[in-house]
Design a protein around this ligand. Structure first.
Ligand code: AHG
Ligand code: MN
Ligand code: MN
Length: 339
């Protein structure tokens, strides 16, 4: 029987055989995976671990934080701050960036994360996850080791050097790209290690499944209304086939389904808060997911532009999101550009 490939071995091979990553990035990804294992344990304990419920605090987005949002954020910071691979971190749950403290060695990478995605599902025992994105620090003068500035984070998604998510569901699954396709690892709880379970994730170009929060339909723009309306008309409509709908309300779980069997995920701009470009955040939700989806053969846009080319002006910037099976994403994007 072929031996199992651990995350460690996969990363070592990405380094030695393929030359895709250097040791500091390998260390970084191992540390993030270790943090995800700890978050997974906390999630699994649920009420027994006193991790459910609200924390009576708000994040910069004005959202009420859950205890697990804060626990997951702390786990990721504590795991990553001392290893010498990072210069700074940024998170959905922190107003501004978190430079690595002076007492620790400084590395060349920047790590961004949504520590706990799908917060509304924590207390009801539905899949949630962690999303992360890695950028390389770009200093004007690389010979100077200056304090990290927030502006250094504001890089478009195509500059990511690694991206991934970990979904805490019936299984804990880590999905990762370093620019060489997408690999999926399942947590073996007895061994305590992530084991490679799919080394070449592929999203089919066509699908009959869409994901959107339908309760917002009356607030959508015309192109989104048209796209969903045509899906709903099924066999009798212009699409000539019946569609199914799913909405977990954890982006990480909806994207994981798409990674597994295809589909399209949409969180468009809507009229509820017309001044906000969308609900989801570009740097630690949309961009890492967009790169993973592209690496798996899918597509991701903000309705008009490739997501990975959207200019970044703010750390917590929001963006409309359309991602998944290529032909469907291209279709809904074309509705935005031709209407
Ligand atoms: P988070 O829990 O990190 O704030 O993200 C929640 C996001 C995303 O995961 C999900 O797709 C979306 O919010 C669900 O929004 P609705 O409740 O508006 O459907
Ligand atoms: Mn989120
Ligand atoms: Mn979150």
């Amino acid at each position: 029987m072929a031996s199992k490939v651990s995350l460690t071995r996969y990363l070592v091979e990405q380094q030695h055989q393929k030359g895709h990553i250097q040791p500091p990035l390998r260390l970084l990804l191992e540390v993030v995976a270790r943090a995800c294992k700890r978050i997974s344990q906390a999630v699994n304990k649920g009420a027994l671990g006193d991790v459910l419920g609200g924390a009576d605090t708000e994040n910069i987005q004005g959202e009420t934080q859950k205890k697990l949002d804060i626990i997951a954020n702390e786990v990721l910071i504590e795991a990553n701050e001392w290893g010498g691979h990072l210069a700074a971190m940024a998170s959905e749950e922190m107003d501004s960036i978190y430079p690595v403290p002076n007492r620790y060695p400084m590395g060349e990478f920047l790590l961004l994360f949504d520590p706990l995605d799908g917060s509304s599902n924590i207390d009801v025992n539905v899949s949630i996850g962690t999303i992360f994105s890695v950028l390389r620090r770009v200093q004007e003068d690389p010979t100077q080791v200056d304090p990290v500035k927030e502006s250094e984070f504001l890089q478009p998604g195509h500059q990511q050097v690694a991206a991934g998510y970990c979904v805490y569901g019936p299984q804990t699954t880590l999905v990762l790209t370093v620019g060489d396709g997408v690999a999926m690892f399942t947590l073996d709880r007895e061994q305590g290690s992530f084991v490679l379970t799919d080394d070449n994730v592929q999203i089919p170009a066509d699908t009959k499944e869409f994901a959107i929060n339908m309760s917002n339909m009356r607030h959508w723009d015309e192109p989104v209304k048209r796209y969903v309306d045509e899906c709903l008309q099924g066999k009798e409509g212009p699409r000539g086939k019946d569609f199914n709908m799913r909405w977990v309300a954890s982006m990480v779980a909806d994207v994981h389904r798409i990674m597994t069997r295809g589909g399209i995920f949409m969180y468009p701009w809507d009229k509820r808060e017309p001044n906000k470009p969308g609900k989801l955040r570009l740097m630690y939700e949309a961009n890492p997911m967009a790169w993973l989806v592209e690496q798996a053969g899918g597509a991701a846009t903000d309705g008009t532009r490739r997501m990975l080319d959207v200019p970044v002006t703010q750390l917590h910037q929001r963006v409309p999101v359309f991602l998944g099976s290529r032909n469907e994403v291209e279709r809904v994007t074309s509705y935005h550009t031709t209407l």
